[in-house]
Design a protein around this ligand. Structure first.
Ligand code: UT7
Length: 325
């Protein structure tokens, strides 16, 4: 009998502090950085984002999302035998946020590690977990995207600081004799490192270089629209499906114009597009599982629906996963 993996529960968590565009514009304006609700909405579709308190870490947000996913799946934390956290904002240089999160769930012993693929992190992590389940190395996995991007934003740079937010999303992925994860397609091109990066590091007890996010928004925009279509088509081809089989498109939530452009290229009606960027901003590796959980809990996504998940971001990385939910 073939062995596959299926999503059996979803969960998410947003830190309570919600910051509207107007709130942010007022805060930035007080330090001479000019922006407006209208500019942010027109260029990105973002209306609000959540920011975590300064003592809250990615593993805190991720653990809460994981608890919600475990509850939805109806399984206990102790049954989990693999934890993968996709994050670019881990709690520490090491150990991984996944190990810290494992301890917060009150469990021990199972494999736990982080995946660093920036905004494509969740589709990378889901593909790794699917592969480990298919080989028999794991049976019940937690796959989590968790970020505190507010920590790495330059609040004097209006071209980036208005775009991002904090949050976490999680899925429970379990072994099954029927396929849930149908196919995936992952890519990276390291020659584009400079268009989206946090160039600083820690060395000799000091921060070396700039530890805040830098982005050439237009370069990222142009690359993103092309690769998201390619990754979706490649994934569909691997699964022997067509774009008409997609019930819901859940792209990385960075910019409504990129998301709508991808849907149009795939000839999907815009009502098949799951949108949470308006309320969450860009939460990097957390954006896809946050959007997935919101759509499951609102009743939009139902059991048996076919989902196309798509990530794109720093690296440059991109990828897609096709799922029968
Ligand atoms: O998560 C990884 C994936 N990341 C992305 O997908 C981001 C992709 N890029 C984008 O979403 C868009 O490129 C942005 C939203 C970042 C920028 O939108 P844009 O339409 O490319 O704007 P722009 O950079 O061309 O800037 C247009 C104008 C500029 O003014 P001038 O030079 O025309 O006078 C900017 O200085 O808008 C100005 N501007 C702002 N004005 C008010 C830039 N940021 C702001 C701001 N508020 N926050």
């Amino acid at each position: 009998m073939n062995r596959y993996s299926r999503i059996t529960g979803t969960g998410s968590y947003l830190p309570p502090r919600r910051v509207t565009n107007a709130d942010l514009a007022a805060e930035l304006g007080a330090s001479g950085v000019e922006t407006s609700d209208q500019w942010i909405v027109d260029r990105t579709g973002i209306h609000a984002r959540h920011f975590a308190a300064t003592d809250v870490t990615s593993s805190d947000l991720g653990a809460q999302a994981a608890r919600n996913a475990l509850e939805a799946a109806g399984i206990a934390a102790g049954e989990i035998d693999l934890i993968i956290v996709a994050t670019s904002t881990p709690d520490m240089v090491f150990p991984s946020a996944a190990c810290i999160l494992q301890n917060k769930l009150g469990i021990a012993g199972c494999a736990a590690f982080d995946v660093q693929a920036v905004c494509s992190g969740f589709v990378y992590a889901l593909t790794v977990a699917d592969s480990l389940i298919k080989t028999g190395a794991a049976s019940k996995a937690l796959v989590i995207g968790a970020e505190v991007f507010s920590r790495i934003l330059d609040f004097t740079d209006r071209t980036t600081c208005v775009l991002f937010g904090d949050g976490a999303g999680a899925v429970v992925l379990e072994a099954s004799d029927t396929p849930g994860i149908l196919a995936s397609d992952l890519h990276a091109d390291g020659k584009h490192v400079g268009i989206l990066c946090v160039p600083g590091t820690v060395s000799g007890g000091k921060v070396m270089g700039d530890p805040l996010l830098k982005m050439d928004g237009q370069a990222v925009f142009k690359l993103a629209v092309g690769v998201l279509e390619d990754a979706a088509r490649a994934t569909l081809a691997k699964a022997g499906r067509t774009a008409e089989d997609i019930d819901w498109l859940i792209p990385h939530q960075a910019n409504i114009r990129i998301m709508q452009g991808t849907a149009k290229k795939l000839k999907l009606p815009l009502d098949k597009l799951i949108v949470t960027v308006d309320q969450h901003g860009n939460t990097s590796a957390a954006s896809i599982p946050l959007a997935l959980d919101a759509a499951v809990r609102s009743g939009k996504i139902k059991k048996g629906d076919t989902l196309m998940l798509e990530g794109v971001g720093g690296g440059f990385t991109w990828g897609a996963v096709l799922v029968d939910f």
